[in-house]
Design a protein around this ligand. Structure first.
Ligand code: ADP
Length: 190
């Protein structure tokens, strides 16, 4: 299996690049942000719980997120591999993902991290707010909170994969095509 963690701060382009990678490598795309938004839209119990955190730019608690992700993985027993987008976002999530994949006799192939400077991220999120309808994109204070949470809790997840020799940093500034090429040139060597 090819199992990728697509990593990067809010607005780095994970969703856009995931779309391209799933076609090329025939992978199942699991975006925790998309799954939470789907549940919020349908007003499920999970959606109501997640909403309280997402609206403030905070992380949904690990236990809730890990259980949800495990259930999504189990829905795809025939998958040739997965792209994890927006997960893991904390070290406990990274540990749980390793255990889950181990129980399936597989593992993470690589973390590919889109690297984008903070000013550029803010500009992109402001632009995205015009069309996304996402309340968490519309308010600069919430955007700042998401970036702060990323720096404090999510950025350290990189060390988890560096320790396993699985980390690949990729310049996330440039055209969408250029960034896809940078990603595929790393993934093709795995
Ligand atoms: P972005 O990366 O653009 O901020 P996402 O769509 O990946 O947005 O996530 C939106 C929100 O959903 C996050 O700000 C967070 O509140 C919640 N979320 C997504 N993934 C996770 C996760 N793995 N753990 C905890 N919360 C999460």
């Amino acid at each position: 299996m090819l199992n990728l963690v697509l990593f990067g701060p809010p607005g780095a382009g994970k969703g856009t690049q995931s779309e391209r990678l799933i076609d090329r490598y025939n992978l199942v795309h699991l975006s925790t942000g998309d799954i939470f938004r789907f549940n919020m839209k349908n007003d499920t119990d999970l959606g109501q719980l997640a909403k309280q955190y997402i609206e403030k730019g905070q992380l949904v608690p690990d236990e809730v997120t890990i259980n949800m992700l495990a259930a999504e993985v189990e829905k795809h027993p025939e998958a040739k591999g997965f792209i994890f987008d927006g997960f893991p976002r904390t070290k406990p999530q990274a540990g749980a993902l390793d255990e889950l994949l181990h129980s399936m006799n597989t593992s993470i192939s690589a973390m590919v991290a889109l690297e984008v400077p903070e000013d550029e991220l803010k500009a992109r999120l402001k632009e995205r707010a015009l069309s996304s309808g996402r309340a968490d994109d519309a308010d600069p204070a919430i955007i700042q909170n998401r970036i702060d949470v990323y720096n404090a809790e999510t950025a350290p997840v990189k060390d988890f994969y560096i320790a396993q020799n699985k980390f690949h940093g990729i310049d996330g500034v440039g055209s969408i095509d250029d960034i896809t090429s940078r990603l595929t040139s790393v993934i093709d060597t795995l």
